[in-house]
Design a protein. Sequence first.
Lengths: 159, 112
Amino acid sequence: MSMTTTNKMKLKTEGDTHVVVTRHFAASPEAVYRAHTDPKLISQWLLGPEGWTMPVCINEARPGGKIRYEWTNGRGGGFFITGEYSELQPFSRIVHVERMHLPDPTPDNHIETTFEPDGDGTLMTMRMTLPDQKTRATMLATGMEHGMEASYVRLEELL
Amino acid sequence: MDGLDTKFYALADPTRRAILVRLAKGEATVNQLAQPFHMTQPAISQHLKVLEAAGLIDQRVDGTRRPRRLAKAGIKTMDQWLQMLRTALEKNYDRLDEVLATIDKPRKGVRK
């Protein structure tokens, strides 16, 4: 599937502790919202790289409801996240907290996701709030900024 | 996947990232590293200490020289993780496009 410029994911920092991801979708806010809260739909797309599956997808879309996603690469690799919902406004806004277990839990990531009408589609904005600058440094070090990708491609060739 | 936090923290600094890129081309002593970065030896040593504690580099004993080099195991652990995160986000949303194309079809043109 070809990707147009308007559909391109954007990632930026805000202040000292925020990371903001935006993405346009050619579907209604209701559809995009449902795709984020219905386990049957979530397990079809929230999978990561090729070859990974999500054998466990728990998503209780109500305030106080639990989230648990478990992924496996089928070759012994895997990890899971847990979280809790605090607010849901169908079909425009979700507030939840999540942490990764590697297996030690990472600091809580507070996430507000909004779905706004944008032309014929929807603009999704995911605003993450990390507890402090150091934790956000961890997020930024994931290579999505600062030209890290190039560095890693070069490193990879030597490993 | 132990020590990922330390590894990412070590990478949050541009000089330390540049040192890793330099070491990817081959091992180097503190002196050799200090030159291109226009930094004093103690300043470079401080960065190397952080990278070493994070398991991203190690030292080789060569007589009186202690050249630094990439610690392959440490880099690989982190690299696998980074690559997964990076591609995961983009791939997820491309996949979501396809899921949406299926579920949104009956609603096309319908305004609530």
